[in-house]
Design a protein around this ligand. Structure first.
Ligand SMILES: *Cc1c(COP(=O)(O)O)cnc(C)c1O
Length: 405
């Protein structure tokens, strides 16, 4: 990968006609070091947020040793790159063939489930010559509320608290290690999401009367976007640790989390070009079928900036984007704030696309190809709230230090 300094240099030197993914390895290193030092347990990177090998290896370099994989393709990808990583197959509904390959070929020992049928599937797939495996960690996925999150994950997976005790008892018989996991939904804007979920966990444990070895609070840790400024992640971690310590579980029980967005959002942005302007609508060369799926479908607002050698003096106005495909749905209503003199030929950098941006590109309509270039400037927003600790590339984020700008 070439290393340029920032979006402006990339625009000048490459004059790219297709969108360019700008990656910031230092931002991913910072995020990895932040989670490994500040989260009071083990952090599994949720690979679906961004399966870039370069990112996965960078997170490893930053201390991440555990990975949440949700398909056999993700299992093969991470195992191929990181032979000694711990993989957890945390999709509650898996193909039996995928479970067998994960267990027998790739050394996966951790699986999630939310039904008795999936338990039978896992037991069958992991047996050797009819002898059941005795080294499984099985996590029962509990259904919890997504009330505090921007993107719900409450309807598809998870067993209700009323039905959980019977499944917990059955899993206890089959597993060497029993876990409970949940997902509060993505971009959880309040730490209360985790406190509420932990109340469900407590109820299920008390009702089942089983010994639980692992509590996995899933993902959902927020990043910063325009109009979405969550409390600092340390506040989330403190709420989680307090709730964990109050659970009726053994002293040696482990606490896990599965951040996707929070480990990857800062890692990538996209440099795109304006091909046409119609009033305050900009026809740009990336869109809903590229890295802006969430901007189109759930009106996610990403930070944007005009990339010009001489900063525009014009007032800022609200703009909407049309992507490059011929589909009317390729529309991102924003609003995105840009100088009012933005015009065809200008480049725009869209930030915070490392999570669920890069990962969701398609080749629809012949678009989707584009270069990837490493840059070394700061991400467009960071893990650290405004007024908090500035992030220095390559340095560990100092926790608990009340720094000022
Ligand atoms: C998507 C997902 C994650 C990551 O969620 P984020 O909101 O990106 O942190 C973690 N665990 C599971 C099971 C998931 O499906």
């Amino acid at each position: 990968m070439h290393s340029h300094h920032n979006a402006l240099r990339v625009a000048r030197e490459l004059q790219p006609a297709a969108p360019v993914t700008l990656v910031r390895p230092d931002a991913a290193l910072n995020a990895a070091r932040f989670f490994t030092s500040a989260f009071p347990g083990k952090s599994f990177y949720a690979v679906k947020a961004n399966p870039s090998l370069h990112l996965i290896e960078t997170l490893w370099a930053g201390g991440i040793r555990h990975f949440d994989v949700a398909s056999i393709t993700e299992v093969r990808l991470v195992r191929g790159a990181l032979p000694s990583a711990t993989l957890a197959f945390m999709h509650p509904v898996k193909a039996e063939e995928a479970i067998a390959e994960a267990y027998h070929t790739h050394g996966v020992r951790i699986f999630s489930l939310d039904t008795h049928e999936e338990l039978q599937k896992i037991v069958r797939a992991c047996a050797t010559d009819g002898v059941p495996a005795d080294d499984l960690t099985l996590c029962v996925r509990l259904k919890v509320s997504s009330a505090h999150s921007k993107l719900s994950l409450a309807s598809k997976f998870g067993i209700g608290v009323a039905d959980a005790p019977a499944l917990l008892l059955a899993v206890r018989q089959a597993a060497d290690s029993l876990g409970i996991c949940f997902h509060v939904g993505s971009q959880a804007m309040s730490p209360a999401a985790y406190a509420d979920a932990m109340a469900f966990v407590r109820a299920a444990i008390v009702e089942a009367g089983v010994t639980v070895d692992v509590i996995d609070v899933g993902g959902g840790f927020p990043s910063r976007y325009p109009g979405m400024e969550p409390p600092p992640l340390e506040t989330y971690f403190a709420v989680i640790e307090r709730a964990f310590e109050a659970l009726p579980i053994s002293y040696s029980a482990e606490l896990w989390c599965e951040p996707g967005r929070a480990l990857s959002a800062d890692y990538a942005s996209v440099l795109m070009r304006v091909e046409k302007r119609r009033g305050n609508e900009l026809y740009v060369n990336d869109g809903a079928y590229g890295s802006l799926f969430d901007a189109a479908h759930v009106d996610w607002r990403y930070p944007v900036r005009l990339v010009r050698a001489d900063a525009s003096e014009a007032d800022v106005e609200e703009f909407a984007f049309y992507g490059p495909t011929c589909d009317d749905m390729d529309h991102m209503k924003g609003p995105f704030l840009l100088p009012s003199d933005v015009k065809a030929g200008d480049y725009i950098e869209v930030g915070q696309l490392g999570a669920y941006g890069q990962a969701m590109r398609t080749g629809f309509n012949g678009f989707g190809e584009g270069a990837t270039v490493a840059v070394s400037d700061e991400p467009m927003t960071s893990l650290i709230p405004a007024g908090g600790v500035p992030q220095v590339p390559g340095n560990v984020v100092q926790l608990g230090v009340a720094a000022r700008h």
